[in-house]
Design a protein around this ligand. Structure first.
Ligand code: PMP
Length: 376
């Protein structure tokens, strides 16, 4: 085993070797610009992009034209929400307090721009309920944005019900599905009108992602340029990254088949720690509707700096990786009612289909030893 061990796959994943191999020629010999439609180099680039778009569309069972390539989920969220609202009269919007910052910051700006925003709050299991959504709808509600899987605690949202409610009320439903793709078997009848996803969470490279745009939804571009991606997202397409994203999608059904294995690992870690430190460990990933690859728990009675300074041989997160430089407690954990110190002393362990039994043995033994010392 090579140390340190990685248990932070919700933060990012390595590029799968088969995916990397498919990408490599497009950095060197096949370097054409898909926009060059007068020669062979351009045609080959365009062919590769068409194949990738089909691979992604097949996975979601949608038309290839519904897929818009972006630089990642942050851009997809911005394009979805701002692109949908652009040109429409201002109105009421609904989101939740447990969204990723890549959604929350957008709403914070929209509020300053004169939109009214309702922030739904989670119940004690970390879930937003369909009743909450129903109660929040107003006559002037234009858009709902609720994530599919929470990146910090792993709860799976009731997105099928959210979609139905939005359809019934003729409201656009956007969902940030960054942590859902490749982790849950999607119920396609709940496919949101707009859905964001990212390559680097599914063994494709960083810097590429996409937005699924349902046929009936119109999105306006956020910036001007060469008119690529049906005029919705201008800019020369990054062919190697797009090739990688497409192939990464073809491996997702296989990756999903590891779910039971991950559930077993998740239960083993949880049970081992609870049996030894019952009074100090608080499980945050406690909804029955939770992905098997994320286990979040808070440790009572140890200062978060001591906790993380001692855990040097394993790579885990203290909540959201995007927040690691800030010493502010996670907004998701505080939304669950945690006080600052407890929220900061949170371990988010995230697993992959590549995680092995031996790695889990090491992790459990390591955490047991460290916590024993820290909790004396
Ligand atoms: N949304 C969620 C739920 C995420 O977990 C992340 C990544 N941490 C993002 C958005 C941002 O994605 P990207 O890095 O592709 O911009």
């Amino acid at each position: 085993m090579n140390l340190p061990l990685y248990f932070d796959y919700a933060s990012t994943t390595p590029v799968r070797s088969e995916v990397l191999n498919k990408m490599l020629p497009y950095f060197s010999t096949l370097y054409g610009n898909a926009g060059s439609n007068l020669h062979h180099f351009g045609w080959l680039a365009q062919e590769a992009i068409d194949l990738s778009r089909n691979q992604i569309a097949d996975f979601f069972d949608v038309k290839p034209s519904s897929i818009i390539y972006t630089s990642g989920a942050t851009e997809s969220n911005n394009l979805a929400i701002k692109g949908y609202l652009k040109g429409k009269p201002k109105g009421h919007l609904i989101t939740s307090t447990i969204e990723h910052k890549a959604v929350l910051e957008i709403f914070s700006h929209l509020e300053k721009d004169g939109y009214s925003v309702t922030y739904l709050t989670p119940n004690e299991l970390g879930q937003i309920t369909k009743e909450d959504l129903m109660n929040a709808l107003q006559d002037d509600t234009i858009l709902v944005s609720l994530m599919m899987v929470n990146n910090e605690i792993g709860t799976i949202s009731d997105y099928v019900a959210f979609k139905q409610i939005c359809d019934d009320h003729a409201v656009c439903f956007h969902s940030d599905a960054t942590q859902a793709i490749g982790k849950i078997k999607l119920d396609l009848k709940g496919l949101p009108h707009l859905m964001s996803f990212s390559g680097h969470k599914i063994y494709a490279p960083k810097g590429i992602g996409g937005l699924l745009v349902n046929n009936n939804i119109k999105i306006n571009a956020l910036f001007d340029g060469g008119g690529q991606e049906r005029g919705i997202r201008s800019g020369t397409l990054p062919v190697p990254l797009i090739v990688g994203l497409g192939y990464a999608f073809t491996y997702l059904p296989e990756i999903l088949s590891f779910d039971q294995k991950l559930l077993g690992f998740n239960l083993r870690i949880k049970e081992a720690l609870l049996s030894n430190f019952k009074n100090s460990i608080l499980i945050n990933s406690k909804s029955p509707s939770n992905i098997s690859s994320i286990l979040s728990m808070s440790v009572n009675g140890v200062h978060w700096e001591d906790l993380f300074n001692s855990l040097t041989t394993i790579a885990i997160s203290n909540g959201s990786a995007c927040n690691v430089k800030a010493t502010n407690p996670s907004h998701v954990l505080t939304a669950l009612g945690h006080k600052r110190d407890l929220a900061l002393s949170t371990l988010r362990i995230s697993l992959s289909y590549m995680t092995t039994e031996k790695e889990i043995d090491f992790l459990i033994h390591y955490l047991n030893e460290k916590l024993k010392k820290l909790l004396v």
